[in-house]
Design a protein around this ligand. Structure first.
Ligand code: MEV
Length: 405
């Protein structure tokens, strides 16, 4: 693929940027018009998406440049209202190129569905009964969706947990592990849980109440790693080693303090959410999963790590649940989502998750680098000045912004 390195992209006009993208990913005129909003989502389609539709709500879509993920050059569409985010991701991705870009490793797209069984006479004995019927239960679930089975997905495991002491007494919780392939999977999992519930009632003698996916998708993790030569991190009066040390110190602060960890993770989610939104995915699900995962050790912690490796590199990692789909849901209905997926060049949900987790790590790097050196306000405020100019109806070009190319 052509390089995602787009020097000077920032200074182009919108039309020139579109021409650039068109050359890279061969967008049609219709797709350009969709991006510009002329042919995007209309109220008729919006009416198919939610209830009581009365209009539309638009947000900016920008392209983050410079990304290499698993050796592939990627242009990243980001939908976000906050200045500096797209610039920050592009800048950090440029730094990452000095170490070969991002390496992403993703799990199979395994979602968890939960079935809550109450009024079970002996939940511990019932738990064993359920596990004894595992093969039969998995086969039952796999009757539901032949298309998913053909695509290589389907039910993989049944787990049973007793919650001995809840506010309303003991309950038996069944987990269905369901490989949903390229879907986000909420519908598939919920259907499977509802289908399974009467069978579980028959086995346990209990009553099934909730039958719903868990957004703590910790069997569907995405991980990214980046290693940047410290020499590439220096700028102005800051040496590369000082910047690397500062980023490590910033991470150590987050690892020791939940107040800081929350903001640290917010910076990660700036990147994660923007691509999640651009690709029509459920960002509330991603947010819920991310923060629950961040608290999995019993205290809220940063999702990423930043360490110097002693060999002259700063190494960053990010691991988080990412329940993202490239089929179903909005991917079919929203025209801009289709174009965003085309720009990304992804077909599978795992590829998409690999890019999203890399953007999260890049965003985190951009924020920590700024915080550990000149402070966040310098870049932020020059971009903010553009918004003030717009609000005052001044020409935006009169306000300079930081270069990112
Ligand atoms: C602002 O949207 C995000 C940051 O606060 C993240 C951070 O502090 O790491 C800059």
């Amino acid at each position: 693929m052509v390089s995602s390195r787009l020097p000077g992209f920032y200074n182009l006009s919108i039309q020139e940027r579109l021409n650039f993208i068109t050359e890279h990913v061969r967008l049609t005129q219709e797709e350009c018009d969709i991006l510009k909003g002329a042919l995007g989502l209309d109220v008729q389609r919006a009416e198919q998406m939610i209830e009581n539709t009365v209009g539309l709500y638009a947000l900016p879509l920008g392209i983050a440049a410079n990304f290499i993920v698993n050796g592939r050059e990627v242009l990243v569409p980001m939908v976000i209202e906050e200045p500096s985010v797209v610039a920050g991701a592009s800048f950090a991705a440029k730094l990452a190129r000095a170490g070969g870009g991002f390496t992403a490793v993703t799990d199979d797209p395994m979602m968890i569905g939960q079935i809550q069984l109450v009024e079970v006479a002996d939940p511990w004995a019932a738990r064993i009964e359920v596990l004894a019927h595992k093969a039969e239960l998995l086969a039952t679930v796999n009757e539901i969706d032949p298309v998913l089975i053909k695509a290589g997905g389907g039910a993989r495991d049944i787990q049973a947990r007793v919650l001995a002491q809840t506010a309303t007494g003991p309950m038996l919780i069944i987990h269905l592990l369901y490989d949903v392939r390229d879907a986000m999977g909420a519908n598939a999992v919920n259907t499977a849980c509802e289908y399974l519930a009467p069978k579980l009632e028959a086995i346990t003698g209990g009553k099934a109440f909730l039958r719903i996916l868990s957004n703590l998708a910790d069997q569907r993790l995405a991980r990214a790693r980046v290693s940047i030569p410290e020499t590439a991190l220096g700028f102005d009066t800051y040496s590369g080693v000082d910047v690397a040390k500062g980023i490590e110190q910033a991470w150590a602060f987050a690892a020791a303090d939940s107040y800081r960890a929350t903001t640290h993770n917010k910076g990660i989610m700036n990147g994660v959410d923007a691509v999640t939104l651009a690709t029509g995915n459920d960002w509330r699900a991603v947010e819920a999963g991310a923060h629950a995962y961040a608290a999995r050790e019993g205290h809220y912690a940063p999702l990423s790590t930043w360490r110097r490796d002693g060999l002259g590199n700063l190494v960053g990692t990010l691991e988080m649940p990412l329940a993202l789909g490239t089929v179903g849901g909005n991917t079919r209905v929203h025209p801009t989502v289709r174009v965003a997926l085309k720009i990304l060049g992804v077909t599978t949900a795992r590829e998409l998750a690999g890019i999203v987790v890399s953007v999260g790590l890049a965003q985190n790097l951009a924020a920590l680098r700024a915080l550990a050196t000149e402070g966040i306000q310098r870049g932020h405020m020059s971009l903010h000045a553009r918004q003030v100019a717009i609000a005052k109806e001044l020409p935006v070009n009169a306000v300079r912004s930081p270069a990112v190319g």
